[in-house]
Design a protein around this ligand. Sequence first.
Ligand SMILES: [Zn+2]
Ligand SMILES: [Zn+2]
Length: 278
Amino acid sequence: MVFRITFLGTGGGRYTTMYQTRSTGGMLIEHSGGKYLHIDPGPGALTQMNRIHYDLSKTDSLVVSHAHPDHYSDAESVIEGMTMGGWKRRGRLYGSPTVIDGEGTLGPCISNYHKKKLEAVITLKPGMVVDIDGLRTDICASDHSDHTNIGFRFDTSRGVVSYISDTNYSEDIARQYIGSRILILPVTTPDNLRIPFHLCTEDAVSFIDCVKPELAVFIHLGIVMIKSGPEAQAEETEKRTGIRTVAARDLDILNVDDSISISRAATYSGEWIPDSSP
Ligand SMILES: [Zn+2]
Ligand SMILES: [Zn+2]
């Protein structure tokens, strides 16, 4: 069965997001025989989907890990896509408590209007196991400035693929992902340039050493990381850990089968209107 991730955006952090140096559109996952799951649609998600001619009315579920704009800002428009402009009650939204209900100064990220258009709205907390359209997903804890942020272990027929959302490094956080075949890490800053509540390359090395996946993928690249060259950071990480490590680029497609391959999505220019449009 196909398990394929399109990285709509590989940027993250304030400056990459506000300048859109790289897109911050999150990941689009095809799984379980033609189901589509969108994770963390920050700014750029809609533009990128248009560029690859992906009709977002095909999206079955939406996951938002936490209440920071690089992870949620396009989410309401994705819901409009899932529900055919709000005309059809359809789709599921999964999110942390701040995303769904808000807490303190964070969130809620989705209006009541949009929540009512969906088939189901599910609040996620660490330790939960959910079935997302046939994909078993374990919810993991993180250590982030939105303390309700969560990480994900997707149990695919080709092994566990994990997405670690924004977090500080600690061995306790990393150990949750042992057994993963693929580890998708938000490596916001290069070398040992640590900023609070995020991973730098040095932390990624510790993370990978602990989990020992078959492949590590860097995403959520901050502006200083992009300037310093994410490919070189990934190469250095691979040298130190002995684990294949790549820095993803916008619109890379990760295909998970017996072997793992990375290719580029075709992009199109000009106007595109999908068949499902009125
Ligand atoms: Zn972020
Ligand atoms: Zn964040």
